[in-house]
Design a protein around this ligand. Structure first.
Ligand code: UGA
Length: 449
């Protein structure tokens, strides 16, 4: 199939590359010429394990193209996936200006395209415009209207939410738990099924449903996952208050199959570009429709508070914020989670900022997120390529991301480098007893030392 992806961000690039990898002819369109030039030189603008190789292979094979030429990209495509950003304001309202601008351009391209003569019957019936960006329920209809305002020629709409995790996106795309497609007519459902069938040979389902339901699935799934994280963080806080150990509580609780054991790890709360934004968007949809969503508002508030609680633990240990002045704090992990250089809404950045504001020096190491952090924090913190280089004379180490390479460090080396062997572990990487035996004063989440 001939597919155009609008927007070479995270979703557009991964999706387009994976479609091309199974033989489709894919064009990735972006308004940013610098990005397109990079991609044409085989350089991915984002860090995602395995993506560079896939881009390179499919680009060289002539199936994956990068362009800024809208007319060409839209005119040739049988399917157009809108994957542009939907930035949200503080209240969680998604800004649809990029989505609607793309819709209007697509409408013009459909209007001006010469009538298709060859090709398969379904191709001649009209393009499918697929909204893949996460957008408030009802946006597909707005996109349809924006296209229809430019043309009377036929086209079809589909909503196709994505469920990719950063750091595991290629695998998630190639072996999805499920594919969700929202359509207004059976024919479009059939064409979308045909596109995705090669990816569900694992027997996993393709759910074809109405558009508003498909749009809601994405929010419901992310809101549920965010709820699990805030729930376990709240339980972890209670554990600390009552001397319970959240690891034991987790074991006892999650052996109930109705509860399950996934996505219930306590820590600094969730970050990234999805959970914070999507939870707030649900709250915002609730306000707009006068349908109260107090639970999801609480999920968000608990999450914001969790990183501050952890900072307070550091403050309390040093006997007040004023005592942080002049302290040297090592920080391991800046990215919002392992496997990515993404620092959007990362707890590490909130904590680093607060430490710096209090007058502490922060010396940080992250395997891949120095550049992305520097864009936000500049040189207010130090960056070290070696994790042990952060520790020289440190008054404490704060761990903010559960990168695998932090899980079994040389504790003796750490102790000898640090000024004081104090560890604040926001991701529960270590056994508290082990750290105590190794001579550290150790703080984690939901576990009393
Ligand atoms: C999330 C969803 O997992 C994807 O299914 C979805 O497609 C994506 O959002 C999206 O909407 O695009 P992602 O943001 O990449 O993916 O990251 P996750 O792996 O889900 O982690 C999110 C955050 O939750 C991280 O900060 C992680 O540290 C935290 N987390 C996760 C916990 O604190 N505890 C857990 O038990 C699990």
């Amino acid at each position: 199939m001939r597919i155009t992806m609008v927007g070479t961000g995270y979703v557009g690039l991964v999706t387009g590359t994976c479609f091309s990898n199974i033989g489709n002819e894919v064009t990735c369109l972006d308004v940013d010429p610098a990005k397109i030039e990079k991609l044409n030189n085989g350089i991915s603008p984002i860090y995602e394990p395995g993506l560079d190789e896939l881009i390179d292979r499919n680009h060289k094979a002539g199936r994956l193209h990068f362009t800024t030429d809208k007319t060409q990209a839209y005119t040739n495509a049988e399917m157009i996936f809108i994957c542009v950003g939907t930035p949200s304001d503080e209240m969680g309202h998604a800004d649809l200006k990029y989505v609607l601008a793309a819709a209007s351009d697509i409408g013009k391209a459909i209007e001006n395209a010469p009538g298709a003569t060859g090709g398969e019957l379904e191709e001649r019936r009209g393009k499918i415009i697929v909204v893949k960006s996460t957008v408030p329920v009802g946006t597909n209809e707005k996109v349809r209207q924006a296209i229809a305002a430019e043309t009377n020629k036929p086209f079809y709409m589909a909503s196709n939410p994505e469920f990719l995790k950063e750091g595991a996106a290629i695998n998630d795309f190639n072996k999805p738990d499920r594919v969700v497609v929202g359509v207004n007519d059976e024919g479009t459902g059939g064409r979308m099924r045909k596109l995705y069938e090669p990816f569900v040979r694992n027997g996993h389902p393709i759910f074809v449903m109405d558009v508003p339901s498909a749009e809601m699935v994405k929010y419901a799934a992310n809101a549920m996952l965010a709820t699990k994280i805030s729930f376990i963080n709240e339980i972890a806080n209670l554990c600390e208050a009552y001397g319970s150990n959240v690891d034991e509580v987790w074991r006892g609780m999650t052996s109930d199959a109705r509860i399950g054991n996934k996505f219930l790890y306590p820590g600094l709360g969730y970050g990234g570009s999805c959970f914070p934004k999507d939870t707030l968007a649900c709250v915002s949809m609730g306000i707009e429709s006068e349908t109260p969503t107090p639970l999801l508002k609480a999920v968000h508030d608990v999450n914001q508070q969790q990183r501050l609680n952890f900072y307070d633990k550091i403050v309390e240990f040093f006997g007040g914020e004023e005592n942080l002045s002049g302290k040297k704090i090592a920080m391991w992990g800046l990215a919002f989670k392992p496997g990515t250089d993404d620092v959007r809404e990362a707890p590490a950045l909130t904590i680093a900022n607060k430490l710096v504001d209090a007058g502490a020096t922060v010396e940080a190491h992250d395997p891949v997120a120095h550049e992305t952090t520097q864009i936000v924090l500049g040189d207010s913190i130090g960056y070290h390529d070696d994790l042990y280089a952060t520790l020289g004379s440190a008054d404490a180490l704060v761990i903010c991301t559960d990168w695998p390479e932090f899980k079994q460090p040389d504790f003796g080396k750490m102790r000898s480098l640090m000024g004081s062997p104090i560890v604040f572990d926001g991701r529960n990487l270590y056994n508290p007893q082990l750290l105590q035996d190794e001579g550290f004063t150790y703080f984690s989440v939901g576990r009393t030392p």
